[in-house]
Design a protein around this ligand. Structure first.
Ligand SMILES: C[S@@+](CC[C@H](N)C(=O)[O-])C[C@H]1O[C@@H](n2cnc3c(N)ncnc32)[C@H](O)[C@@H]1O
Ligand SMILES: [Zn+2]
Length: 275
């Protein structure tokens, strides 16, 4: 594993001695038993997902339902020769794992894959899976905020932001000169089947295009599929979405009686270049 993370206090490189990461100024950070490091200094903006949401997302992603998206993101990274990729708001790291597998299966080299998220539970779930991976192919994980990232200036080829807040100013800082930013958001019909199973009237998702200062939108593409979700993953999927918070108990209960649910999934990948 090549290290992307730096000391959040003094911005110096970190080196590992046993279970500790240390910078040249003797700032130390313990590596948790699951394999991640906590680099939050105490005043990070925003908050991460709760434990139950992280676990639901982990179980759902372990069945690879969003394969059409992970495959396409991996293709884009490989086509654009992105050797160091940072997933900002990585959750439990599904897209990084799929990218690593694509690199390894195609016998292509990469420099570093790093995921940061404020949700400790999510980062721990992802990091734990890395123990069975050969050292040189491991993903590096940290609990850290995306609006003040412990990542050096001009050090990353691709910043990935999937269904997470977009840290555009930090992206501008950490991306190399020709770096790219891939932002994934839901398409109009994303989870239409799930919404129909819960609500009487459903509406398309809003898909307004976002501009980020200093970035040029180079391409915007749709990726989609129809999936059939089985058993407890129906509730896990629901738990991953903002509908979970907005839906009455009575409506949400409608999902309990289903053994499978067929739904459209639709993603927009917005591809930005530093301009
Ligand atoms: C909808 S989830 C998406 C997770 C992952 N990208 C995926 O698609 O599986 C959004 C993630 O952003 C994280 N997040 C939200 N605000 C954050 C912040 N300020 N710093 C770091 N992570 C944040 C949450 O903890 C959560 O894991
Ligand atoms: Zn330091």
């Amino acid at each position: 594993m090549n290290r992307t993370l730096i000391c959040p206090k003094c911005k110096s490189p970190l080196t590992q001695t046993e279970n500790t990461l240390k910078c040249g100024n003797n700032h130390c950070y313990d590596i948790a038993k699951q394999g991640y490091v906590n680099l939050v200094l105490g005043s990070s903006k925003g908050s991460g997902d709760d434990k139950a949401m992280c676990q639901s997302r982990h179980k759902f992603h372990s069945e690879d339902y969003y394969n059409c998206l992970s495959r396409r993101l991996s293709e884009i990274c490989i086509q654009n020769n992105c050797k160091s990729v940072l997933d900002a708001g990585c959750g439990e790291g599904y897209y990084l794992r799929m990218l690593r597998d694509a690199y390894v299966n195609q016998d292509k080299s990469f420099h570093s894959l790093c995921g940061i998220d404020l949700a400790k539970e999510a980062v721990a779930l992802g990091a734990k899976l890395e123990k069975q991976i050969p050292e040189e192919h491991r993903i590096e994980y940290a609990v850290a905020g995306i609006f003040d990232m412990p990542i050096a200036d001009n050090s990353v080829d691709c910043l990935l932001s999937v269904f997470a807040p977009v840290p555009d100013k930090e992206a501008m800082r950490v991306l190399k000169k020709d770096g790219i930013m891939l932002v994934v958001s839901p398409g109009e019909k994303h989870l239409e089947g799930l919404k129909s199973a819960v609500y009487e009237n459903i509406y398309d998702n809003e898909t307004a295009q976002k501009d980020f200062e200093g970035f040029t939108l180079y391409n915007r593409e749709y990726v989609g599929d129809t999936i059939t979700v089985q058993g407890e993953n129906i509730i896990n999927l629901f738990h991953m979405t903002p509908y979970y918070w907005k839906t009455s108990e009575k409506d949400a209960e409608k999902l309990n009686s289903l053994s499978k649910l067929t739904t459209k999934i639709e993603f927009i990948i917005s591809f930005y270049k530093k301009s």
